[in-house]
Ligand binder design. Structure first.
Ligand code: EPU
Length: 440
């Protein structure tokens, strides 16, 4: 859907520091994969802390189409995958990138799968070549036709894969296929993001044998069958960072209840580097400024580095920090598009295709606008802006919370895919924000 042509807009009247306690939801990027993993058995599974938002609901629609029963009680979900009828995803249903991760589980259940090939989006081309190459190595026949991936296999066999880049999705896809494959699978250069490990932990409770060695190497011993499970989804660390940024940018004081220090070590160091303050409490983490913020250099990286999804909301904070900041995005080639909106609200940001950092970068000398310099602090003013993706949207929401006057955000469906009841929770900590119906 084109940004701006959705059903709702968000109006924010900014300039008010946020104060109070806000509960973090379950992690979207763990929940969606964990739900699909429950298809690897014919026994029921029960989940708590599932975020109720667009991406989990689209995943549920896909699973229901396959024949699973999915019962949703806000954040308590149960899946009964006893009667899988087909591995073919609907042609006209709502889709997201998660469906490519259904290939492994559905090959194990029904030997034939057809899912949409979801192309690039606002943050880059986002190919799935690593996923498909690994599945082929495991014995799947795969063809792509009419933007659909068709896969078939009588059985999958273990293999040894070295990923060209530690891709989260490819690592998860291979794990989901390997747990029931014949023999052993080794993944080298795998992703070790907490969401990947949450999937591994959940699979372990189903009876899977997965070991994580040193240097990003996973060893998976295929088993004959898995059992149903009960599992609580990890808290969403991206959401925790979003709320923390809202607190720091507005010069407020917010405790993110349920945020886990374990998942946020690099972020907490970044807060300290900017001159912000945090306090790790028994039930969450408190964020506030304490003194003036100052500019920093930051580079996104795979875990345990500074996560690419934290980059955008942090950029908004840096527009309020004293001096120059440099951001070098090394995970996605095109994840600075939102800076246009921030500039239209008064931020001083210069985007460049240079690598403004020292990390090895796949985008070096390839013409991608993947670094920027932010000069602050700059007062922000309200504007009418379009949201292009989830984290860009959050950077823009936070800018709206800082800005004097009214900001209207169009394209709220991007936020709804990734944040549960965002308006309600921001209002609870003092944001003046309202959802408006779109007038055509
Ligand atoms: N890549 C390839 N080929 C592949 C797979 C990935 O070239 O087959 C490249 C990508 O184009 C990108 C890099 O590898 O340049 C990393 O992509 P990765 O596969 O790690 O990302 P993903 O699994 O598609 C997940 C999250 C993203 C998050 C990234 C990085 C989900 C549903 N999405 O994406 O989250 O930014 O990992 O940690 O888990 C979001 O929540 O809004 C979001 C975009």
């Amino acid at each position: 859907m084109k940004a701006g042509s959705n059903t709702h807009q968000l109006s924010i009247r900014g300039g008010v520091p946020l104060h109070g306690r806000v509960q973090v939801s379950g992690a979207k990027n763990a929940a969606t994969k964990i739900l699909l993993a429950s298809l690897l058995t014919d026994e029921p599974s029960y989940f708590t802390n599932v975020p109720y938002l667009g991406d989990t609901l689209i995943t549920a629609e896909l699973m229901k189409h396959f024949g699973a029963q999915v019962d949703i009680q806000e954040n308590d979900w149960s899946v009964n995958p006893e009667k899988i009828v087909s591995g073919e995803a609907p042609k006209d249903g709502r889709k997201n990138r998660i469906s490519v991760l259904a290939i492994g589980p559905m090959l194990h259940r029904v030997s034939e799968v057809e899912v949409p090939l979801v192309g690039g989006d606002q943050i880059g081309p986002r190919p799935v070549d690593y996923h498909l190459a690994a599945l082929r190595m495991m014995g799947a026949n795969i063809e792509i036709k009419d933007d659909r991936i068709r896969a078939s296999a009588k059985k999958l066999v273990g293999t040894s894969v070295t990923l060209p880049f530690p891709s989260v999705g490819a690592t998860e896809n291979i794990i989901l296929a390997a747990v029931l494959a014949e023999g052993k699978t080794t993944i080298r250069n795998g992703a070790v993001e907490p969401e990947v490990l949450d999937l591994v932990k959940m699979l372990q409770t189903m009876g899977a044998i997965i070991e994580l060695g040193t240097n990003r190497v996973f060893h998976i011993q295929g088993v004959k069958a898995l059992r149903g499970t009960r599992y609580t989804i990890m808290p969403d660390r991206n959401e925790a960072v979003s709320f923390a940024c809202a607190a720091l940018a507005t010069d407020g004081d917010v405790t993110v209840v349920g945020a886990l220090q374990d998942h946020l070590l690099t972020w907490l160091n970044t807060v300290r580097r900017m001159g912000g303050k945090y306090e790790v409490l028994p039930d969450g983490i408190r964020f506030y400024r304490g003194r003036e913020l100052h500019g920093i250099e930051l580079e996104t990286d795979t875990h345990p580095g500074f996560m690419t999804d934290w980059q955008q909301p942090t950029a908004t904070v840096l527009t309020q920090a004293q001096g120059d900041s440099l951001i070098h995005e090394t995970v996605y080639e095109d994840r600075l598009g939102y800076t246009k909106a921030l500039k239209s609200m008064g931020a001083k940001i210069m985007v460049t295709d240079d690598c403004l950092g020292v990390l090895p970068c796949r985008w070096w000398s390839r013409g991608f606008q993947h670094s920027c310099r932010i000069t602050g602090p700059t007062p922000l003013h309200g504007a009418m802006v379009d949201i292009s993706d989830i984290r860009a949207g959050m950077a823009q929401v936070i800018a709206g919370l800082v800005a004097e006057g009214q900001t209207i955000l169009r394209g709220v469906e991007h936020l709804d895919r990734g944040y549960q009841h965002l308006d309600r929770r921001l209002t609870q900590i003092g944001a003046r924000l309202e959802r408006l119906p779109t007038v055509y």
